[in-house]
Design a protein around this ligand. Structure first.
Ligand SMILES: Cc1cc2nc3c(=O)[nH]c(=O)nc-3n(C[C@H](O)[C@H](O)[C@H](O)COP(=O)(O)OP(=O)(O)OC[C@H]3O[C@@H](n4cnc5c(N)ncnc54)[C@H](O)[C@@H]3O)c2cc1C
Ligand SMILES: *[C@@H]1O[C@H](CO)[C@@H](O)[C@H](O)[C@H]1NC(C)=O
Ligand SMILES: *[C@@H]1O[C@H](CO)[C@@H](O)[C@H](O)[C@H]1NC(C)=O
Length: 666
């Protein structure tokens, strides 16, 4: 039946000589719609939900100020404020439900899935069904300063890492929280909007491992293709795209501390760089996925303007449960999913593509019979292809627990002080002011600590300068978002709530410790068990301690001293046996607040056939299965010097290019 629409549209295109006509009327025969039946068995989200650890009501002074400013007609009686003004993705006019078959079925409208769906449906040459478990963005998810608050809303999948002794000891129940975005736009709707692509070295190493097509020069063209950069001083840079859909901007708000950070770095000989070029080893203001001060999610960039495309059907609040694979020829033929309590099985005539992110993509593969043989057999799942799905998992961890106090005011973002109607108006009118801050994060610096054994200018730590600390929001938002224990917050951070303070964060770029995930159940709604294996390698501990020492040294310079910046020396109550500022003390501290920056990768690792750990090949096709690809951050095979949103979008862009070549869709 799709062919009929296709021909019909083709005629319109031909006769009008214009682009694919979104306004064309369609009539769909009843038998071309997908059939569905009532779900019995595993149908609900309750198991995942019960993983929630903090059930205290959400508190946010910024939200309160927004309500009282009445700029947005938010109604407080909604059970969830965030459900006001949700971006709707109805089926295009003329369709009353999903069809029985499409050319492509994409699972997950996240950072990667959004661009992929947009590209594959471009030009009307193929039909695309995009399945997304979450709902559209809201006016509130757009506001950068609210980013950390989103971790307490229904816009995340509230995963928790399995208990691991000696890390996350300061978190609720000693377990780390791994929220992932659940929205049209995926994790790009809840993230901190930092735009980083990874270094030349990173991608060249990936390519050198047999991943043809993934060298720095090759991936750069895919980054630039969709980029619309508006960055001060870089108007003529050959490393930035200008006509793409994804807006990349400077953060409109800058505190004086951001300048202090860059000035201090200069004193230690660090250069100012554009870190999204081959010459990246240095310091810089952050480049952010913002559009006039508002969040530029992948959905905003790639889907929002294409709601009328007749050949792109987006189903929200829809949960894929399985890829249907014909065991006789190991060919993916469709997807099973749940929507509104009903089960659908829809056919993919060309390919099924998993873009469900680093936890759900491997999860879905395993539920579908693709994964480690023993693990699947132990749960009674027939094995279609034995692959090391989920066996590699890298992550980037951080330590947000350092505090430097100041002897002056108006230097940091104290939530109580900035939550004013005036600031809301400022943001509403000009898209700037404190509300446009990435919750305080402003600057980036790449360093190589003295424990690194890398040669050359290859960093082992990324510093992230900020103008806030855990105490700046009185523990209501950031500490709650990472599920910090009250005993730790109240003892250490509460006493400095009344003083202005900031932290400098850092990211352990190349952890030697490797994690994994495991299927726990055949119930698709039960989260896989997640094992971070953080800090199991001594080198990782040493690098983190070295990073802390570096930060202390950086702040002990005139640019910071002039504001009276001082390391706050209150000991963690669980680390009292160590002398403050000793290596042992800092190790104890990072084991207490072992906070992820949410860059889980490699669970569907890319690698050539010869790589025993590989799940997908360099064209992102699942090894051993035809017509099935994984296109998202889970394919990144090794740690990269980047926050993973831009890389995921690039992977979506490059994935689309490879798929279009395969099927002659150019
Ligand atoms: C709090 C936080 C802050 C971050 N900050 C930054 C940052 O500042 N900069 C940066 O670069 N990166 C950041 N990241 C990481 C980055 O955003 C992610 O790595 C990236 O968005 C991942 O993209 P993806 O396409 O692989 O997956 P996602 O964007 O997570 O997309 C997966 C999508 O699939 C959907 N899905 C999953 N399973 C199913 C199913 N069974 N059926 C239907 N739909 C399904 C999900 O709901 C989701 O929408 C942050 C992450 C978090 C959580
Ligand atoms: C690294 O520097 C710190 C001081 O900043 C020092 O104590 C430590 O011994 C050095 N480590 C190495 C391996 O040089
Ligand atoms: C803050 O401390 C610095 C350094 O000690 C000092 O020069 C400055 O005068 C102090 N400012 C205030 C307002 O106390």
């Amino acid at each position: 039946m799709w062919n009929n629409i296709f021909i019909f549209i083709f005629l319109i295109v031909k006769s009008s000589g214009s682009d694919y006509d979104d306004e064309a009327t369609v009539s769909v025969a009843e038998e071309d719609y997908a059939r569905s039946w009532e779900c019995t068995g595993y149908c609900g989200d309750n198991v995942l939900r019960s993983g929630r650890l903090n059930d205290s009501p959400m508190k946010s002074r910024v939200l309160d100020a927004m309500m009282s400013s009445q700029i947005l007609p938010l109604t407080k009686d909604k059970p969830d404020l965030f459900t006001n003004f949700i971006d709707q993705y109805d089926l295009p006019k003329g369709f009353t439900g999903p069809l029985a078959e499409y050319d492509f079925i994409i699972v997950g409208a996240g950072s990667a899935g959004s661009v992929l769906a947009s590209r594959l449906s471009q030009g009307g040459r193929a039909s695309v069904l995009l399945l997304e478990a979450g709902q559209g963005e809201s006016v509130l998810t757009d506001v950068p300063i609210l980013a950390p608050l989103l971790q307490q809303t229904g816009y995340v999948w509230p995963y928790v890492m399995e208990y691991e002794p000696n890390v996350c000891t300061g978190m609720v129940d000693g377990r780390c929280f791994w929220p992932r975005g659940k929205a049209v736009g995926g994790t790009s709707v809840v993230n901190y909007m930092i735009y980083t692509r990874g270094l030349q070295e990173d991608w060249d190493r990936i390519a050198a491992a047999g991943n043809y097509g993934w060298s720095y020069n090759e991936v750069t063209q895919f980054y630039m293709k969709h980029e619309r950069a508006n960055l001060k001083g870089l108007k003529n840079s050959p490393w930035h795209g200008r006509d793409g859909e994804l807006s990349v901007e400077d953060i409109p708000f800058r505190s004086k501390l951001s300048k202090a950070f860059l000035d201090a770095a200069k004193l230690y000989g660090h250069r100012r760089v554009d870190y999204n070029t081959p010459d990246a080893f240095g310091f810089s203001y952050i480049q952010a996925t913002l559009q006039r001060g508002q969040r530029a999610s992948s959905a905003k960039a790639f889907l929002h303007n294409h709601k009328k495309r007749k050949n792109l059907h987006i189903l929200t609040t829809t949960r894929a449960t399985k890829v249907i694979i014909d065991p006789s020829n190991k060919m993916a033929v469709g997807v099973e999913f749940h929507k509104n309590g009903r089960v659908y099985q829809i056919r993919a005539n060309k390919e099924v593509i998993l873009s469900a992110g680093p936890i759900e993509s491997p999860h879905l593969l395993m539920l579908s019979g693709v994964g480690p043989r023993k693990q699947l057999q132990s749960l009674g799942i027939p094995v279609i292809q034995d692959l090391k799905v989920g066996q590699t998992l890298y992550d980037h961890i951080s330590f947000p627990g350092l505090v430097f106090t100041l002897n002056q005011t108006k230097l940091t973002l104290v939530e109580r002080k900035i939550s004013t109607v005036q600031n809301i108006l400022q943001y509403q009118q000009y898209g700037d002011g404190p509300m446009s801050s990435l919750a305080g994060v402003e600057t980036i610096g790449y360093i190589k600590t003295n424990v690194s054994d890398e040669i050359g200018d290859y960093p082992d730590i990324e510093l992230l300068g900020s103008c806030a600390s855990l105490a700046s929001d009185e523990g209501d938002i950031v500490a709650k978002g990472i599920r910090l224990s009250n005993w730790l917050y109240n003892d250490v951070y509460k006493p400095v709530e009344g003083v202005e303070s900031f932290t400098i964060l850092f990211m352990l770029l190349h952890p030697k410790s490797k994690g994994y995930l495991r299927l726990q159940s055949v119930d698709p709604y039960q989260q896989p068990s997640l094992y971070g294996n953080y800090l199991t390698h001594k080198k990782d501990v040493d690098t983190m301690v070295a990073a802390i020492r570096y930060i202390i040294k950086l702040v002990d310079t005139p640019p910071f001293r002039k504001y009276g910046a001082k390391l706050y020396r209150k000991k963690f109550p669980n680390c009292l046996e160590f002398e403050f500022d000793s290596d042992g003390y800092w190790e104890c501290a990072v084991r207490a607040i072992t906070a992820t920056l949410h860059h889980q990768i490699a669970t569907c690792r890319m690698g050539p056939r010869s790589d025993p750990e590989a799940v997908v090949d360099p064209e992102l096709r699942v090894h051993g299965i035809s017509n099935l690809r994984v296109v998202d951050s889970s394919i990144i095979p090794r740690t990269i010097v980047a926050h993973t949103n831009a890389p995921a979008i690039m992977i979506g862009e490059k994935g689309a290019d490879m798929i279009k070549r395969t099927w002659n869709l150019y």
